[in-house]
Every structure is written in structure tokens, then in C-alpha cells.
Write a protein that binds this ligand. Structure first.
Ligand code: SF4
Length: 471
């Protein structure tokens, strides 16, 4: 029996897909790349915002045609969309044979076996998934880097967000469980671990009654073979000094902070039920920059939140200008049913939201370009990810889409002579920029690259032959 899987949404969802892939492999299922050839088609969906839901439903409907023109016997929908609309969707989408919730997916082989015998199944449970046991994974990422989920759920109550309703309350894994998984990944050749969670900086509060992310990072850094540790999704009021100290003194912890702030105007943040204001955030970022010189800071902002005035938006723009984040993901507010924000007065018209989005996007593009330009002439340590397909031929093709803003970069072609794609410690895989590398390099290893060119998102450079890789 074979299957095809499509994983949509965030890295946390990808980890769940990797667990399903491993479970299926150990139960005799083989994965095929062609959906048309698959006996079972699985779509692991996202339901974060309207665009993600639409993409999920379109993907399911598109793949459903293989029940007519392909081999498909079972169409299976898992993930956040399935969980969130478990009462409605099974009635509305009869082409789907199996619905599985976010706490039941590890049982997928057993669920499929029963469904293949003719049972119509909807697998949901009130019992939250136990990530404490190490759930074996088949990595969908290149073998030199992997995501590592250290907690699940979220205790915050941001008014625009549906995630806690889908994924439940915050719960950390124990350090032992995480370390065991990390050792296994390192033994398989993983050099970079990207730690993920809905609220990473709260790690340990439930398990150890203290914030323990700094300590966890230090212990992970002792694992032989792990060279880079990267954290995603810090929450501004749960950052503590031990994290800043660990990042400052430990070279294996990437000088990289991903901290979604969502806005800078205090009244908008309060309307979002989020803490802080631009003064608080500016002070926090200043502490990181003082302790960790050259740290790259990424954030996300939502524009067009209910009640956001032109003055609030201008406040956000001037905060962006002053703070000069290395990277910013700008999103227009998406009115999500079942969230308190959907009922707030002062909903901003779509046209105004888009106008604000474009202005914030353009501002950040200019800042990002300036930050990148300041790196021209330097020699940087780069992790080589992959060869550019056909790079021995004259270059062609566009660079990938800008994942954060949903806007194609459009104009950037692979630079002439570039043969590999790589990243500095300032670039998270699949999210941030790329270094286009010319010269000889080996994917999955580090090399030293002299930077010769800069674009808003990407750098261009050549391998410094004979140079030992910088550490
Ligand atoms: S902290 Fe993040 S996941 Fe938690 S409620 Fe807020 S936006 Fe949602």
C-alpha cells in the first residue's frame, strides 16, 4: 500500500507530518511523490488564517480528483483545519473519507487499516497528544537540519488567534525527552536544530516552574555534531536574562531572534490582548543588541487590526524605521470566526489594510536591503543547503517566493556563476534569505564565503578557497 502526503502550514505541522510518515513506514506503507499513483492521499492542513484555510480546502479538492483519474482509495484530512471544523466539514466534504484531529494523527496506520476495510472514520479525541514520548520521525527536511518541537499549545489569549482553541493549553516536553530526540537527530547527521513551539520562551514554566530555554539550549549545545541551535517564536514578556546570556556566550546558539511583536502602538496591542508597547519592545531589543552584537532580529506585524487608526499605523512605521529589524513579516489582519477580534468594532476596510500592508512592506524591503548591503565585503560562515539545479548551465529561473508576505520576489534571478544555496546564522531555513554561492562547496557542510553582492532578501558571494570554515 502506498501513500502521498501534502503538508501545509507551519513547521509545527511539518513535524506532525514527519511523525505520520515514520508511523506509516513502520507499518508497511511506502511514500510516493506522484499523488495520482497513491492508494492513500493525506493532506495535513492549516487553519491559522483565511488564506491558509482556503489553500487547505483547495488542495483537498484538487487531490480528490485522483479518486476518479488515479489510484486513490482513501482521501485523508489531518491537521488544524480538520480539528477546527470537525463538526462541519465531514458533512460538507463527502469526497473526504477520513478526518483525523491534531491529537490523533500518531494513530494513522491503525486508522487507515480500519478505513481500508470500509469503516468511515472521524478520529478525534479530547485527550491531548503526549509529545513527551519521543515520536520517531522521517525527516522531510535536508538531512543536515531539522525542526525540534519543544512544547505544544499556548496559554496566551491574543484576540486574533485561534491556535489555543485548536492546539490546547501550553505544555512543555521534559529536557530529557528533547535531549534524547536531539541526540538521535545528531547521530543521523543533523547539524542545525531549529527549536519550535507556539510560545518558545515560556519553555519549562509548567514542567520546571521556571523558564528554562537558556538551560535547554546550553545542554543541547553539548551534543556532539550539533553546530547551530536556532529558536523560533519568542513571546516578548517571557524572554528572560538567561536566554540573552546563553545566546551571548555560546557560539552554537545562532545570533538570531524571531520575536513576533504584532504591533507597536500600545492601544492596538491592548486591543489584541498582548502586552507591551513600542518603548518596552525597544528596550528589550536594545538589551539583546547590547549583549549579542550583530544579532539578527525578525518579527511579524499585523496591519489593519480592528480599531487601528492612521496614527497607530504611523506609530508602527516609525517604530520599524527606528528599530531597523533585520526582517519583518507583514500580514493584513484576517477576521477569523470564533476569535474575539472578529467581533470588535472598527474593522478596517480591505482596501485600507492593503494600502498599509504595501507601505510597511516597502519600508522593510528598503531596510532589509540596507542591512544586507552592509555585509558586502565580509567573510561569513555559511551552511551550504543544496546545489542550484542546472547551475552548470547558464542561470535561469526566479528565486523562491517570499514566504512571509506572499509576494513573489519577482525580479531576482540566480546570479551568474552561483552554484549553491546556503545560509548564514542570521537566516532561518525556509523563512529568511539565502546566500547564492559560487565556487566549490559541499551541501550539508560549512564554508567561508566572501560576500560580493546584496539584494533585499539574499546575499551573493564566493567560497574563499582554502580558508578554514569560520566558527
Ligand atoms: S502567543 Fe501566538 S499562538 Fe499564542 S495566542 Fe498569541 S498569536 Fe496565538
Amino acid at each position: 500500500m502506498n501513500y502521498h502526503i501534502v503538508s501545509l502550514g507551519c513547521p509545527k505541522n511539518l513535524v506532525d507530518s514527519e511523525i505520520m510518515m515514520n508511523r506509516l513506514a513502520t507499518h508497511g506503507y511506502s511514500r510516493v511523490r506522484e499523488a495520482r499513483a497513491a492508494d492513500v492521499i493525506i493532506v495535513n492542513t492549516c487553519a491559522f488564517i483565511r488564506a491558509a484555510k482556503e489553500e487547505s480546502i483547495d488542495t483537498v479538492l484538487e487531490l480528490a480528483r485522483h479518486k476518479e483519474d488515479g489510484e486513490c482509495k482513501l482521501l485523508v484530512v489531518t491537521g488544524c483545519l480538520s480539528q477546527r471544523y470537525r463538526a462541519e466539514l465531514p458533512k460538507e466534504m463527502p469526497e473526504v473519507d477520513v478526518w483525523i484531529g491534531t491529537d490523533e494523527f500518531p494513530r494513522i496506520p491503525e486508522i487507515l487499516n480500519r478505513s481500508l476495510k470500509g469503516e468511515q472514520l472521524q478520529a478525534f479525541t479530547e485527550q491531548r497528544i503526549d509529545y513527551e514520548q519521543v515520536l520517531e520521525r522521517t525527516l522531510a527536511t535536508p538531512k543536515h537540519w531539522a525542526y525540534l518541537k519543544i512544547s505544544e499549545g499556548c496559554n496566551h489569549t491574543c484576540k486574533f488567534c485561534i491556535i489555543p482553541a485548536i492546539r490546547g493549553k501550553f505544555r512543555s516536553r521534559s529536557m530529557e525527552s528533547i535531549l534524547e530526540e536531539a541526540r538521535g537527530l545528531a547521530a543521523c547527521g543533523v547539524k542545525e536544530l531549529v527549536l519550535i513551539a507556539q510560545d518558545i520562551t515560556d519553555y519549562g514554566r509548567d514542567h520546571y516552574r521556571r523558564r528554562a530555554l537558556g538551560e535547554l539550549l546550553e545542554r543541547l549545545s553539548e551534543i556532539e555534531g550539533i553546530e547551530w541551535l536556532r529558536i523560533m517564536y519568542a513571546y516578548p514578556t517571557s524572554v528572560d536574562q538567561s536566554l540573552i546570556d546563553a545566546m551571548a556566550r555560546n557560539p552554537k546558539i545562532c545570533k538570531y531572534l524571531d520575536i513576533p511583536l504584532q504591533h507597536a502602538a500600545g492601544n492596538v496591542l491592548r486591543a489584541m490582548s498582548r502586552p507591551g508597547d513600542s518603548a518596552f519592545y525597544g528596550e528589550l531589543i536594545g538589551r539583546f543588541r547590547a549583549a549579542v552584537p550583530e544579532i539578527a532580529i525578525r518579527t511579524t506585524f499585523i496591519v489593519g487590526y480592528p480599531g487601528e487608526t492612521q496614527a497607530d499605523f504611523e506609530h508602527l512605521m516609525s517604530f520599524m524605521e527606528q528599530t531597523r529589524f533585520d526582517r519583518v513579516g507583514v500580514f493584513t489582519y484576517s477576521r477569523e470566526e470564533d476569535t474575539p477580534a472578529a467581533l470588535l468594532p472598527g474593522q478596517v476596510p480591505d482596501r485600507e489594510k492593503k494600502k498599509r500592508f504595501r507601505a510597511a512592506y516597502r519600508l522593510q524591503q528598503k531596510i532589509s536591503h540596507e542591512v544586507n548591503a552592509s555585509r558586502v565585503g565580509r567573510e561569513l560562515r555559511v551552511l551550504v543547503d543544496e546545489p542550484i539545479p542546472g547551475s552548470e548551465q547558464p542561470p535561469s529561473g526566479l528565486a523562491g517566493p517570499d514566504a512571509e508576505a506572499g509576494i513573489g520576489r519577482g525580479v531576482l534571478k540566480f546570479p551568474i556563476g552561483a552554484r549553491y544555496l546556503g545560509r548564514t546564522e542570521w537566516d532561518a531555513p525556509e523563512i529568511d534569505g539565502t546566500v547564492f554561492i559560487s565556487g566549490e562547496a559541499t551541501p550539508g557542510t560549512f564554508c567561508t564565503v566572501r560576500i560580493t553582492g546584496a539584494h533585499p532578501y539574499d546575499l551573493v558571494g564566493g567560497v574563499v578557497t582554502g580558508a578554514p570554515a569560520l566558527s
